[in-house]
Design a protein around this ligand. Structure first.
Ligand code: V0D
Length: 233
């Protein structure tokens, strides 16, 4: 593996970081937003093709209402602050997850960012929003079933074909998955996509995960020997 095509990140530890610094959780989220920009700019500079970040899961709706309300304002804040720079850097914004269920004001902001950057040809900054992997797999199965019913697909489907029913269909394979803040869980993220992905579980909470650390972990990944079940020449 010579170049990283696709890196995915579970951005954990904002609340814990805030508490450790005598701040409230939302202040941790606020610092976390700036860090999405910092890591995205670094990934773009490193010529990574796709950066997928887990912003909001289908499980996150269970958080206190005030926190959910606050989180739903962060996309607007992110784009107000950084859209100009994203455009200058030719970065394209995409989304996986379901728009349905996202508050209308937030959904509008997301759709606008997707539309405004649709013709950009640089790095793809892909936000997982209202995303859950089991939900994605279930939706893929439903879409396939419908295609079979409508004679648009046969029953002799293979993995490559079934992969086209996923929200990540247009993206290269996930090379590297990073989770910050020391937890060793996948939390319903990209379960289908991580069959050959290398994992890095790092101790830094998201607000302290610097572009330098990001580059360091990516370089560590590039040193690893990836065999894909075969024998490397
Ligand atoms: C808080 C750490 C950027 C994770 C990062 C809706 C928790 C900061 C966005 C964002 C969040 C999402 C979509 C988009 C543009 C920006 C974001 C949420 C939380 C939850 F199109 N940061 N960020 N969204 N945090």
């Amino acid at each position: 593996m010579e170049q990283l095509q696709h890196v995915a990140i579970i951005m954990d530890g904002n609340g814990r970081w805030a508490k450790a610094h005598g701040k409230v959780r939302t202040q941790g989220h606020l610092v976390g937003v700036d860090n999405v920009r910092n890591i995205a700019i670094k990934a773009n500079d490193m010529n990574i093709k796709v950066l997928t970040v887990y912003a909001f899961s289908t499980e996150n709706w269970k958080r206190p209402l005030e926190e959910v309300d606050y989180l739903m304002k962060l996309p607007a804040l992110f784009f107000n602050k950084f859209m100009k720079e994203l455009m200058e850097k030719n970065i394209k914004i995409t989304m996986i997850g379901e728009m349905e269920g996202i508050p209308q004001e937030t959904a509008k902001v997301l759709q606008r960012a997707i539309d405004e950057t649709a013709n950009n040809t640089g790095m793809i900054l892909n936000f997982a929003m209202n995303y859950g992997s089991r939900r994605e797999i279930t939706l893929a199965a439903k879409k396939y079933a419908l295609d079979v019913l409508n004679d648009k697909a046969g029953l002799d489907i293979d993995e490559k074909e079934f992969g086209k029913y996923f929200m990540t269909a247009d993206f290269p394979e996930v090379d590297l998955l990073i989770r910050t803040s020391g937890e060793l869980r996948l939390s319903n993220f990209l379960l289908w996509q991580i069959a050959y992905t290398e994992f890095m579980f790092v101790d830094e909470p998201w607000p302290e995960f610097t572009p330098e650390r990001f580059e360091y972990y990516c370089n560590e990944f590039l040193k690893r020997d990836r065999r894909f079940g075969g024998i490397k020449q």
